[in-house]
Ligand binder design. Structure first.
Ligand SMILES: [Zn+2]
Ligand SMILES: [Zn+2]
Length: 299
């Protein structure tokens, strides 16, 4: 169980102008574990039809993969997430589908110099015999681009936008933000707005200006998944560390030795995307082919 404390600030009362922008995000709270292929996971084994080829990538250009050249084997994609409808029904599953799988090529790709993700929507009843083992990642791939197997514990949290909040609304709440911060030490942007870490839906965990992708059909795509390097940063500590983890976090700090439990709570996947950045996955739920796009940023 992982519980994000509400804190002392009643956001709708203090900042009524942000209420129309409230969204629910599902914090997945990945933690090191041994998920099986019939469970939801981050970095765990996927339910993959035994007779379906595993996707590989050789990079669009010779510079994309380390030491990639003629005759080099293509790199197998690595499992990033598997989410079952019973754990995260908020995902925009196409009709009848009940599993979302996310994989990526663990090499850096243009245009963001991070892994390039792919999505699969599946119906478990159609899978039949499934692969018993996942492919071994390419020996040249950076282990910090291959998430360690984690079980998940979904928690719903109300978010309000920060980078995505219209300027006109910032102007309306500006004075109240200053007043609340002075009086309580709670900061709208750091503590009350957007949840950090790996999560489904809600607002992307942007650390820079938003860059929502447009589908070719003209609509703005929907945010489905943020894959963040870290579950929380120092500025997130007041609000976003789950209550159940706080005892183990005692005395944490960047100088604390590596064997302190905080490191496994703060970065359970072992991912490092750019400078502790995040990859944000988007899907068009209007087009029948469910086109996807992704973005990356870091602080
Ligand atoms: Zn690749
Ligand atoms: Zn579309």
């Amino acid at each position: 169980m992982h519980t994000t404390p509400l804190g002392p600030i009643d956001v709708p009362r203090e900042f009524p102008a942000v209420v129309p922008y409230a969204r629910t995000t599902v914090r997945l709270h990945p933690r090191a574990g041994a998920p099986t292929s019939d469970q939801s996971s981050i970095g765990g084994p996927l339910l993959w039809p035994a007779d379906e080829p595993w996707p590989t990538c050789d990079g669009p250009s010779a510079d994309d993969h380390y030491r990639d050249g003629p005759g080099e084997p293509e790199a197998p994609l690595v499992p990033v997430a598997q989410l079952l409808v019973e754990d995260v029904p908020e995902l925009p599953f196409p009709d009848g589908m009940d599993v979302l799988q996310v994989l990526w090529c663990p090499f850096d790709h243009e245009p963001f110099d991070v892994p390039r993700p792919q999505l699969r929507w599946r119906r478990r009843a159609d899978i039949g015999a499934s692969r018993s083992q996942m492919p071994v990642p390419d020996v040249e791939s950076d282990p910090r681009r291959v998430p360690k197997p984690c079980v998940i514990d979904p928690e719903r949290v109300i978010e309000y936008p920060a980078h995505d909040l219209p300027r006109s609304v910032w102007l309306q709440i500006g004075e109240a933000v200053q007043r609340v911060k002075r009086a309580t030490g709670w900061d709208y942007e750091a503590d009350l707005a957007v949840a950090p870490g790996i999560k489904v839906g809600g607002y992307p965990g942007w650390t820079q200006a938003p860059q929502w992708p447009q589908c070719t059909c003209g609509i703005t795509m929907e945010h489905v998944l943020t894959v963040a390097s870290w579950e929380f940063d120092r500025r997130d500590a007041q609000r976003w560390i789950p209550a159940e983890d706080r005892p183990a976090m005692a005395d944490w700090g960047w100088e604390t030795p590596d064997d302190h439990p905080w490191r496994d709570l703060q970065s359970p996947t072992g991912l490092m995307l750019g400078d502790a950045g995040g990859i944000y996955l988007f899907v068009c739920t209007t087009c029948p082919t469910r086109p996807i796009d992704y973005r990356f940023d870091c602080g």
